[in-house]
Design a protein. Structure first.
Lengths: 541, 298
């Protein structure tokens, strides 16, 4: 076919393929942005909000020169804290903002970039939609280019928002921070473009790229704990470390920016090179054959099998996070002890007891908040199974709907206990004292996690079209839990989150009342959701 | 004769769309029943009601003597279902899925499973995401035919199969009938339906427009007759039930309502018949007539 087409058009020899390989890119880009019209603005807005709200928060925390001097002194000596947030390069509000959120905003932009790219490349191929698109007047490189451009648009908007929003702190620093965050986003967007060529499954592509991001974070953390000025080789190996070494608002080192550009160009070239050497739908990492006969015999076993990979991933992540937070507990408590406002925040998050206890409590609470993402993802597997049509043949078997749902919900709600248990074990191991109390602090989060899971079940069961709104609920709970204490928002708002009602452990008094009420609420939500599920139509397609 | 499926006056709406508008369907135990209708006429919706996945707005449905909504699990123990669009779990092998489906029903005959895998030339070790459409359908078909059930509900099960596999499929359905099982076969492949089905129901816009054995249905339609005569034909145009009469010298072509065939043959005989072909209406013609009526209504 191809040769025939080429022969039939002698005016256009094969060499002119360069521009034709990009045919249709504009259409595909518009199409990608149209499909992501909710997702991209949401990611950009949350990220920008996080960055732009920071100067205000920091002004409250470190309002005086002596408070800032104390912070800088602490950061020089406290390596475990540097591992978490990196070194401080200057005591201006802008520099502190870049220090406090720069790396995290970069990581968030990276996640956005990798999601956008995989969604418009490997996801399309895996689903088979790409075949139809590629059969149109679409160049060989158009899809990958459109995906990268969509990520670039998202990151560019984010950079502009950050640069404009922080311009008051210094235009050069604001521009540097914005460009650095977007640069990190694009480095991982192009990284995802490479990985998407390697794997046949979009889920695996996302997971592998996220793992690379995790490695980048750990490298930077390790480098920063070793040195107090970001000069460690380990830090320079990580794109997140480049972002830090760009030093926004602290004598910007503009020569770091080409590192991002270089990585984007090189990785992009590799991705295009790989893409040009493979067939549509194929991958470089082959799929291994599976067993010819299976042992799965019940809907519950199927649910466990389908979710075991993600449960394993979350378990490892929570265990490691626990160990890291536990290890930095004493250093962090020392730092906080020097600052009245920071102490106040940790009290709001962690309770009135000693600072070490308050820190432990706020870390346990943080992990609990993140666990809501696990529980929502796990509950929504039901939705994915139903809408993909995979649930239909299972439900056409001798399996009641409730039994089918229960299989997945057992993984979701049991898994929430498991990840918090592992987080507690990690936290206790890292901290090294009072294992029981630390473990209890993590486990007491479970009922609040369950409530969010219960809301997801309710949405899925009663209004399946709005099931995805469960992510919004989890996001709101996260926002209240993370930003709420620092912004001193009204109690009524904090009370909206189930986490606001939990006893502050360790250190605070164990209160069984709210724990039981939240557990009961979770049970009621699940029951209502299942009642809805039993009554409604199962939609296929 | 006992009924495997009885449906009467079934209504189901999705928002403003009336998917089912008083549909009736009867499938006798032990028969292979063809379920025909244009795209969007409500076949899949009916099947989902029969599987208890959708709840009918009104009307009655019984599957194997039970209510498919209330007694879903009990009913499902005795039925096997093959959807038209089979989606598999990307990281489970075909063999694992076959065994899972089998265990979720009344159980699996392992010897028949092995035999079917061989006949359908299916590689059960491949992962779900690597199967083509036809191979995904084979996974579901092997699971259905190897399951120990009384009723098979097949929703356009062969749309991705090649002609050889189509042949294997037809043999399998015949074996199922020989074993006394009931099959509800929704299909667009009319030769397949003609080959396999004892009775058919044709639906249109959520309503049953025709139901019966193929012979019954043919009786209601026209037969095409082409004849070469010894002398000029006489009085054919005056006969009741004759349509599209086309006389060219001694060559005659006409269509006749099948129950009026007698008089036409007598008339042709009087003129002396040199050669005669008479074709019963194909299912396709039957079918097209209903489709075209639909177009005509608009």
């Amino acid at each position: 076919m191809t040769t025939a087409a080429v022969r039939a058009r002698p005016v256009r020899p094969v060499r002119s393929g360069g521009s034709r390989q990009l045919a249709g890119t504009g259409t595909l880009l518009r199409f990608a942005l149209r499909r992501d019209r909710v997702m991209i603005p949401l990611w950009v807005a949350v990220n920008a909000l996080m960055v732009l709200s920071m100067p205000n928060t920091l002004k409250g925390l470190y309002g005086t020169a002596s408070e800032r001097a104390g912070l800088l002194r602490q950061m020089e000596t406290n390596s475990s804290l540097r591992a978490m947030v990196g070194p401080v390069f200057d005591d201006s509000l802008g520099a502190l903002t870049a220090w406090r959120v720069g790396v995290y905003a970069g990581a968030l932009a990276a996640v956005m970039g990798l999601l956008v790219v995989v969604r418009h490349t490997r996801d399309e191929e895996e689903s088979g939609r790409q075949e139809l698109v590629a059969s149109g007047m679409v160049g060989r490189r158009a899809s990958l280019t459109a995906a990268l451009l969509a990520a670039a648009v998202a990151n560019a908007v984010l950079a502009v928002l950050v640069a404009a929003g922080l311009a008051g702190q210094g235009a050069a620093g604001a521009a540097a921070l914005g460009l650095g965050i977007a640069g990190a986003g694009m480095v991982f967007a192009t990284m995802a473009a490479i990985v998407a060529q390697l794997t046949e499954s979009a889920r695996l592509a996302r997971g592998l790229t996220a793992a690379v991001l995790g490695v980048a974070f750990v490298l930077r953390a390790a480098g920063d704990s070793a040195t107090d000025d970001g000069s460690s080789v380990l830090t320079w190996l990580s794109p997140l470390g480049w972002l830090e070494n760009l030093r926004p608002f602290a004598g910007e080192r503009w020569w770091v920016l080409p590192l991002f550009a270089g990585a984007v160009v090189v990785q992009g070239a590799v991705a295009y090179g790989l893409a040009g050497r493979r067939d549509v739908g194929m991958s470089f990492l082959p799929t291994r054959p599976g067993p010819a006969a299976g042992r799965l015999g019940t809907a519950g076993a199927l649910a466990r099998r389908l979710q075991r990979g993600s449960v394993l991933g979350w378990s490892i992540g929570f265990l490691l996070a626990g160990v890291v937070y536990g290890g930095m507990t004493e250093g962090a408590a020392d730092l906080v002890a020097e600052n009245d406002s920071a102490r106040e925040i940790f009290r709001r998050m962690g309770g009135q007891a000693g600072l070490t206890d308050a820190f432990l409590a706020s870390m346990a609470g943080m992990l609990g908040l993140v666990a809501t993402l696990y529980v929502v993802a796990s509950v929504l597997r039901l939705h994915g199974e139903e809408t993909s049509g995979r649930a239909e043949p299972v439900l056409a078997g001798a399996v009641g709907r409730l039994r089918w749902a229960a299989g997945h919900l057992a993984v979701a709600f049991g898994g929430a206990v498991l990840v918090m248990l592992l987080a507690g074990l990690g936290l206790a191991a890292g901290y090294g004292h009072r294992a029981g109390a630390v473990l209890g602090a993590c486990l007491v989060q479970v009922p609040a996690v369950w409530v969010v899971g219960g809301v997801a079940v309710l949405l899925y069961g009663v209004v399946p079209r709005a099931a995805m709104a469960a992510w919004g609920v989890a996001g709101a709970v996260l926002l209240i839990g993370w930003v709420g204490p620092a912004l001193d928002v009204p109690r009524a708002v904090l009370d909206l989150s189930p986490f606001g009602h939990l006893p502050k452990l360790p250190g605070g008094e164990m209160a069984w009342g709210p724990v039981l009420v939240l557990t009961g609420l979770a049970v009621a939500l699940v029951a209502a959701g299942l009642a809805g599920l039993r009554r409604r139509d199962m939609s296929a397609s | 004769m006992t009924k495997a499926i009885t449906v009467s006056g079934l209504h189901k709406s999705f928002g403003r769309t009336h998917a089912l508008d008083g549909l009736d369907l009867e499938v006798a135990s032990g028969e292979v029943h063809g379920f025909l209708g244009p795209n969007g006429s409500g076949k899949s919706t009916t099947i989902r009601v029969l599987l208890g996945l959708l709840r009918a707005d009104s009307g009655a449905a019984q599957v194997l003597g039970r209510d498919p909504w209330a007694d879903a699990v009990e009913v499902h123990r005795r039925i096997a279902y093959v959807p038209g669009d089979v989606t598999l779990w990307r990281n489970l092998s075909g063999g694992e899925v076959i065994d899972l489906y089998g265990r979720l029903r009344g159980g699996l005959d392992t010897r028949r499973r092995a035999d079917l895998i061989e006949r359908f030339e299916l590689d059960p070790t491949k992962k779900g995401r690597t199967y083509s459409k036809g191979n995904r359908q084979k996974v579901a078909l092997v699971a259905a035919f190897a399951s120990d059930v009384d009723l098979l509900i097949l929703d356009e099960p062969t749309s991705g199969l090649d002609p050889l596999m189509e042949e294997v499929f037809q043999r399998c359905v015949e074996e199922e009938r020989d074993r006394g099982r009931t099959v509800l076969l929704s299909s667009h492949i009319l030769s397949e339906v003609e080959e396999l089905c004892d009775r058919v129901s044709i639906i249109r816009k959520g309503r049953t427009v025709e139901s019966g054995s193929l012979a019954d249905l043919r009786h209601l339609t026209r037969t095409s007759v082409t004849a070469e005569l010894a002398g000029p034909p006489n009085g054919l145009s005056g006969l009741p039930g004759v349509h599209d009469l086309d006389v060219q010298g001694r060559r005659v072509r006409l269509q006749v309502d099948t129950d009026r065939l007698d008089a036409v043959l007598r008339s042709l005989g009087e003129a002396g018949v040199r050669s005669l072909t008479s074709t019963p209406p194909t299912l396709e013609e039957l079918f097209l007539r209903h489709y075209q009526e639909e177009a005509g209504v608009r």
